[in-house]
Ligand binder design. Structure first.
Ligand SMILES: Nc1ncnc2c1ncn2[C@@H]1O[C@H](COP(=O)(O)OP(=O)(O)OP(=O)(O)O)[C@@H](O)[C@H]1O
Ligand SMILES: [Mg+2]
Length: 169
């Protein structure tokens, strides 16, 4: 699935719609170059979970920030990690199978530590204010999640949005 946003606000709104479908244990990889909009999308998702978007800042220097909303939100940024081994040293891998909603910026840095199943959103810069978001799901659970998100984003299928809350593992 792909979605083009034409402004920061549209990316925030998209994040909010995605958040409606998320539950404990869900892992979202936010991929894309510097300034692609990963943190903006994370702010939108946080907002959708009832967290003040202004509280959400890039965790680049601390690797992880935690926020309590409708679900616990953990926001990782592995930009500064050069070797996945360093993640062991920091004990971060333990968080990956937690019951929180997990957002990971710069997931490529994880290499062999990447979770086996996830929803990946790649953000691509298309213009000053335009970003293309490409969604890919790995694993059955995330393929189902992606369908629900798709239904939430596509107004023609909006009736299906309600089913998001019914998804149980
Ligand atoms: N449609 C859009 N969606 C998201 N951000 C946009 C959009 N148009 C312009 N921008 C701008 O792009 C920048 C995105 O910054 P952001 O911090 O989210 O990037 P990032 O992918 O998290 O980068 P980094 O790898 O440095 O963490 C912001 O300055 C934002 O204002
Ligand atoms: Mg960022």
């Amino acid at each position: 699935m792909e979605k083009l946003t034409l402004s920061v606000n549209q990316t925030l709104k998209l994040g909010k719609r995605i958040a409606v479908c998320l539950g404990p244990g869900d892992i979202l990889l936010l991929s894309g170059n510097l300034g692609a909009g990963k943190t903006v999308l994370a702010k939108g998702i946080a907002q959708g979970l009832g967290i003040d978007k202004n509280e959400v800042i890039s965790p680049t220097f601390v690797l992880l920030r935690l926020y309590q909303g409708k679900h616990l939100l953990q926001h990782f940024d592995f930009y500064r990690i050069n070797r996945p081994q360093d993640i062991y040293a920091l004990g971060c891998q333990e968080y990956l199978d937690s019951r929180a909603v997990t957002l990971i910026e710069w997931p490529e840095r994880l290499k062999f530590l990447l979770p086996k199943e996830f929803l990946k959103i790649k953000l691509i810069l298309k213009g000053k204010n335009q970003r293309l978001l490409k969604f890919t799901a790995k694993g059955l659970r995330y393929k189902k999640l992606l369908k629900e998100i798709g239904a939430g984003i596509n107004p023609a299928l909006s009736l299906k949005v309600n089913t998001c809350k019914e998804r149980a593992g």
